[in-house]
Structures are given as C-alpha cells and as structure tokens.
Design a protein around this ligand. Structure first.
Ligand code: CNA
Length: 257
C-alpha cells in the first residue's frame, strides 16, 4: 500500500511534508483550511483553486520513480497480490503495473463527471479546459465537471471495498510505502493483515505506531513482526531488491538516465 511519498522524487509534492508538502504551500489559494481544496463545498464556491492544482498534478507531466518500478518488479516476479494506492497521479500505471493488480483507492483522472447531474464527460476535453485555465462545466446542466478523484466525504471506488476482504485473507506480507497513514479508511489497511503476517514500513518518518487509539498499529520494538526502514522510498526498495538478489532485474526495469 502506498501514498504520496512514493511520488515526491518524481517532483510531485505530498500533502504533509513540512516545507515542501502541498498543505504548507497552498497560501496562494487563500483556503479556510488546507483540506478544503479537496471538498465539494469549496469546489462549488471557488472552483479555480482545485483546477489550478489539478493542472499542476495532471498525469503526463511526471515520470515514475524507482519505487514505482519496484512495484512493477514485484508484479513481474509473480508476488504482487495487489497494489493499493492513495495516489491520483497514475504513475503506477505508467510504470506498467497491470489494471487488475491495481486499486486506485482515491480515484484518478481517468474519468470525469458533473458533480450535480453525474453526466460523464470526455477526459481529453476536461484536460483541454484545465490546460487553458477554464473550469470545466457540464454541457447538460452547467455544473462543475470533476475528475473522478475522491474528495473528503466521498465514497471510495466500489473496487476498494470489493477486494479488501479477499486480499487481506491471503496477504502474507504487507509493504507500506510513503504514507503518513492519516487518511481513513485507507490507513486502516495497515491493520488488516492477520496477526502473524509481517509488515514492513518504508517511509521518511515512523508512522502508524501502536497506541491506545490504534491498538493494531505497528510495534517495531516489542515484536519481530513489524519492521521499518526510515529513509527515502527509492533507497528503501533498492535495499530490498539487493537483499532479494534482484538488483540486476530491478536495474533492467529502470529507464536509462
Ligand atoms: P501525506 O500525508 O502527505 O504523507 C506522505 C508521507 O510520505 C509522509 O509521512 C512523508 O514523510 C513521507 N515521504 C514523503 N516523501 C518521501 C520519500 N521520498 N520517501 C519516503 N517517504 C516520503 O500523504 P498520504 O499519501 O499519506 O496522504 C493521503 C492523501 C495524499 C491521499 O488522499 C492522496 O490522494 C494525496 N496526495 C496524492 C498525491 C499523488 O497522487 N502523488 C500527491 C499529494 C497528495
């Protein structure tokens, strides 16, 4: 399972890293609070803010990182049961992770619909509007056309709920990459493997640790079950690839510089 931290080395800011994260750099939008940019109420009142950001983050503007290619390597080795991502940048697809092995839990830019009448719109047209700094408006009712990324308060795609129980029944290792584990229900996936199943966190800082509010969180000190690599995701997956004897296969997947 992964979050924005696997894409920061591609040049896409995450939400919460102090200084570089989006939440520290949203002053130009004059938001009442940072998360407002991903709420329907704010979208209705000031759509320009979200669409300016969407233009910046639009797929096609960035390349996958070594960490994305590591996920592809797990797929090629036949050991990837599923990749759950919170990211909306579609860099997993760009690295070659197959649709059937991917759950884009917070949606993506792959579809777009009117927030009032749900009428679907062509994504190329939506992109062309965003590119020229226009708010895409529904041809049927004039409502705002939003890419199918999940806003706060919206339901996750059906596929997420459909796959979670069967996947975590089978999961025999969970790797958690580049996420602060603060956005629910996604963050709860970290507590879903069976109690004996090992969990590995690769992240800049330690997150998701066990406490009174999170009794099934990681315990890196008292158990052998949970392990952490504190550093960059790209470095962390390189350590893993070398440890597994896959360094040359990994190297072969990476595009030439
Ligand atoms: P977050 O809350 O911003 O947390 C990111 C985590 O990654 C933090 O713990 C960072 O310390 C860590 N981190 C950042 N860079 C690295 C790195 N290079 N190596 C290792 N660790 C790193 O982001 P989450 O994904 O946890 O929050 C969920 C939100 C963020 C989702 O709803 C996403 O849609 C949303 N988001 C997505 C993108 C994207 O698609 N790339 C970008 C920004 C935000």
């Amino acid at each position: 399972m992964a979050g924005a931290g696997i894409s920061t080395s591609a040049g896409i800011p995450d939400f919460r890293s102090p200084g570089t994260g989006l939440y520290d750099n949203l002053q130009k939008y004059d938001l009442p609070y940072p998360e407002a940019i991903f709420t329907l109420d704010y979208l209705r009142s000031k759509p320009e803010a979200f669409f300016t950001l969407a233009k910046e983050l639009y797929p096609g503007n960035f390349d996958p990182t070594p960490c994305h290619y590591f996920i592809k390597l797990l797929q090629d080795k036949g050991v990837l049961l599923r990749h759950y991502t919170q990211n909306i940048d579609t860099l997993e697809r760009a690295a070659g992770v197959r649709d059937d092995l991917l759950v884009e839990a917070h949606g993506s830019f792959a579809q777009a619909a009117c927030i009032d009448c749900s009428h679907r719109h062509d994504t190329e047209w939506v992109k062309s509007q965003i590119d020229k700094d226009a708010v895409p408006r529904c041809e049927s009712c004039g409502g705002i056309v939003k890419p199918s990324i999940v806003f706060f308060g919206e339901d996750l795609p059906r596929r997420f709920g459909q796959l979670v129980s069967e996947d975590f029944e089978k999961c025999d290792l969970l790797i958690v990459l580049g996420t602060s584990l603060t956005v629910h229900p996604f963050a709860g996936l970290a507590t879903m493997p069976k109690p004996e199943v090992p969990r590995l966190l690769i992240n800049r800082d330690s997150v998701g640790e066990r406490d009174i509010l999170n009794p099934d969180g990681f315990d890196f000190i008292r158990t052998n079950r949970d392990a952490r690599y504190l550093g960059s995701c790209d470095d962390g997956v390189w350590h893993l690839a070398r440890g597994l004897g896959w360094a040359s296969d990994f190297e072969a997947l990476l595009p030439e510089k």
